[in-house]
Ligand binder design. Sequence first.
Ligand code: TXA
Ligand code: MG
Length: 305
Amino acid sequence: MSEIERAAGILRAGGLVCFPTETVYGLGGDATNPHAAARIYEAKGRPRFNPLIAHVLDLEAALRQAHFHAKAIALAEAFWPGPLTIVAPRRADSSVAELTCAGLASIALRAPAHPIARALLEAFARPVAAPSANRSGRVSPTTAAHVREELGERVELILDGGPCALGLESTIVAIDAAGGAVLLRPGVAPREEIEALIGPLGDPRSGGIEAPGMLASHYAPRAELRLHASAPEPGEAYLAFGAEAPAGGLSLSPTGDLAEAAANLYAHLRALDATGVPAIAVAPIPERGLGEAINDRLARAAAGR
Ligand code: TXA
Ligand code: MG
């Protein structure tokens, strides 16, 4: 039996399988099984009011779960498979369990591009609920070794696909029945590209809807973070950008490439954290393109805990 078939069997039995996606590793369970959803919340230490993303193979599978406005269809056609999650009104006949959606009238859907994630979705032939495979409030895992550190014995299987190519979570856009569109979480799919297709995105803080998971303090390493730091102070490790790091530090991208910086962000935060330094100083990151998502994660990682 192939490892993918074994993984699908575990999901069918209500078990948990961690798998790579092109963004970060996911902690997967059968999205239609409330017991599997309960196990995901428990393994992550995540509050049950914070809903999970249901992963599907394609737009056709998503349309069985949600009502997609024309704008949502346009985004799915442009970005799927890929790093975009669409939150839309849940269909009354959706097969996804209430608990997966934390009882909301909406559902978050994403069709990932990673070949292992796609093989698993194809073999399982049902939506897979998967938050990032970290303990709640911690940095998302971008390698199988990170997943083992975070969840090790709490899951039945970890599929190892090597380091995630993109390294930051998907962008989340909510599109309601009337076509109102809100950016719930900046991510790898840049705002500019989304807005070029469907027009300006609203801000969740002014619109009422919010991703329940977007708590101020999140994605946090143990060390204190100091942002927009042009140089480290004594006792700080430096996370550089656009330059090599001084001894004891790391560079997100020596050449100032935002995609490289996004791919390195979580792994570098983990590596510096693991040295036991009390504080990490982070170089300024430009706010354009992927910079919006990188700065969002850094601000949350630095928020008072
Ligand atoms: O890249 C990603 O999106 C990764 C990979 C594994 O797909 N997944 C991920 O999941 O980051 P998670 O659970 O860590 O973050 C999903 C976010 C949470 O903040 C949650 O509150 C929000 O999506 N969300 C899920 N369903 C929602 C809904 N119906 N309405 C609003 N926000 C929702
Ligand atoms: Mg997460």
